[in-house]
Write a protein that binds this ligand. Structure first.
Ligand code: XMP
Length: 527
């Protein structure tokens, strides 16, 4: 396996993913982790990531004491990327100095292809390459035994190696697509230089995770899981169900804030396609009565979060009565980015996902249950979770669903959710919009699309009559991870058709607006 030591680069996840895309298992941990945490992972190759620091800065992050001795003793190949290269140079006795000419963006480099055991020994790659640089400092004197194997057209060191001691360094980022031959270089490094084999696949991951769950959960134990109707909880529950059968007990809560026919649709998938044991609780009354008259967005979220916990609590206690034993475990669909971001290196500027999740998560643990967690997806990225879902025969259309927020339509109705028939109107408008997107074949190009109910009435003329009805907004965005987003460019004909369809078929709407704001400055949801 390949271990990535993270020094805070915005591309760290990408390196992990790129290596996995070569069917090689890779993991990422904080670059300042203890030697023990590194050795217990038993890595075959270690990559030191880039990062925003200068090696000269106070408190610049570094691998632990004894790291160099360890990798040499175990004959582990080490590749430093950008900051990682500078760290290697400095710690092994070379000199890194604040660069006079910063190199940012696309650069030409010239490589030395002389040795087929070297970084550029791959016969297929060119001796002139375009790469993506992003650094201020530069290596000006290499440690003994190292040679420069690529230089930028400004003369700066772009790649170094010491084949005998198995240390390598790239000043540029091979993992980004702007480094045109970057993936070829990574492939050559892993397979030809390090002798890694491409044997990581989702079938084995599934088998392994099922084994882990079986070993963890005792024969008398019961496990609970809250299904949201989203991909992560569904894949996690399906996997656990394969491991322990009907000692898994799932609950799906209809909070009255769901999309058009959502309850029927997801329950059909859970029961008919996946044969999951799911209790559906209709808690519409409980949620909507507590939300009545509440207009402050954070207050709405808090009420919804608290009510979820109440309902889950009741479910868990009812289950205890039914099976005669307290449930022991809770399944959660935590993904790898959340795990990595629970501890990003200081100064990286990357968001601490626990802060985001506490705001986004609406589940939460029942207070007195002391449940242990089962998180079978915690080493996987979203696309890998989808691949796992495909192997378990979860319908592809389900796996490709857009994300839907826990507080549901409440964050798409600014103001009082219970006013008039806003929820009903919003469901109909949203359904027309989403169905039109599906019919146009563009659903999978879009990260998320939905309608928003506006609490304003405007004047219109429908038939021969003057109307005074609501306006609705349409929002569709593209995004990688929901942290930033661009609004989606529909063609005008599409928008014209949707707008007509909405006004012609939804009573109470006479105006359709399009949200053309990116994130930032807006958020994706309206509240
Ligand atoms: P924002 O609106 O913050 O949303 O730009 C980013 C992504 O997160 C989703 N979102 C939520 N998901 N609980 C969730 O499970 C929430 O409270 C929540 N709020 C926003 C949103 O739909 C988008 O995909």
């Amino acid at each position: 396996r390949v271990l990535i030591l993270d020094y805070g680069s915005q591309y760290t996840h990408l390196i992990t993913r790129r290596i996995r895309s070569l069917s090689v298992f890779s993991l990422c941990i904080n670059g300042t982790s203890s030697l023990n945490s590194i050795t217990e992972l038993n890595p075959h190759v270690i990559i030191l990531s880039g990062g925003p620091h200068s090696v000269h800065a106070d408190g610049a992050p570094c691998f632990p004491y004894g790291f160099i001795e360890y990798v040499e003793k175990e004959r582990i190949h080490v590749l430093g990327i950008c900051y990682g290269l500078q760290l290697l140079v400095q710690k092994l006795g070379g000199v890194v100095k604040i660069g006079e000419k910063h190199e940012y963006g696309r650069m030409d480099i010239e490589v030395n292809k002389n040795n087929d055991k070297g970084l550029f020994g791959n016969k297929e790659i060119g001796d002139k390459q375009i790469v993506w640089m992003s650094h201020g400092d530069e290596a000006v004197k290499l440690p003994q035994g190292f040679e420069v194997v690529a230089r930028s057209n400004q003369g700066a060191v772009a790649a170094i190696e010491n084949r005998e001691r198995r240390f390598y360094g790239l000043q540029y980022h091979p993992e980004v697509t702007h480094s045109v031959e970057g993936m070829d270089t990574l492939r050559h490094f892993l397979f030809d230089i390090c002798g890694v084999t491409a044997d990581w696949n989702m079938e084995d991951v599934l088998e392994e995770e099922i084994k882990v769950v079986k070993a963890m959960v005792g024969p008398e134990d019961h496990v609970i899981c809250a299904l949201s109707g989203g991909v992560d909880s569904t894949v996690a529950a399906t996997l656990v169900h394969k491991a322990i059968g009907d000692r898994l007990h799932c609950v799906f809560v209809d909070n009255g804030l769901l999309r058009y026919k959502e309850q029927e649709r997801v329950m059909a998938t859970f029961e008919s396609d996946l044969h999951l044991p799911v209790t559906c609780i209709d808690a519409t009354e409980e949620f909507l009565s507590k939300l009545k008259g509440v207009t402050e967005p954070e207050m709405k979220r808090k009420i919804i979060g608290k009510e979820f916990i109440n309902i889950f609590d009741i479910f868990a206690h009812d289950l205890e009565k039914k099976v005669g034993k307290k449930p022991t475990y809770l399944v959660q669909g935590t993904l790898y980015p959340d795990v990595i971001e629970s501890c990003p290196p200081p100064g990286s500027g990357r968001t601490h996902s626990h802060t985001i999740k506490s705001h986004h998560n609406v589940g939460g643990l029942p207070k007195d249950m002391k449940l242990k967690l089962i998180e079978p997806l915690k080493l996987l990225f979203k696309d890998e979770v989808r691949a796992l879902g495909r192997i378990m025969n979860i319908p592809v259309a389900f796996l490709n669903r857009h994300p839907f927020p826990g507080p549901g339509l409440a964050v798409r109705i600014p103001g009082d959710v219970t006013a008039g028939n806003s929820l009903d109107v919003l469901r109909q408008v949203d359904e027309i919009f989403i169905q039109s997107i599906k019919d146009a074949g563009i659903y999978d190009e879009i990260w998320q699309a939905f309608a928003v109910f506006l609490p304003v009435k405007t004047v219109g003329v429908q038939g021969d009559q003057r109307t005074h009805s609501h306006a609705v907004a349409l929002r569709a965005v593209t995004s990688q991870d929901g942290m930033t987003a661009d609004w989606y460019y529909f063609d005008f004909k599409f928008l014209d058709d949707v707008s007509r369809k909405i006004c012609n078929s939804v009573r109470g709407v006479n105006r359709v607006l399009l949200d053309i704001t990116s994130k930032p400055p807006s958020t994706i949801e309206w509240e």
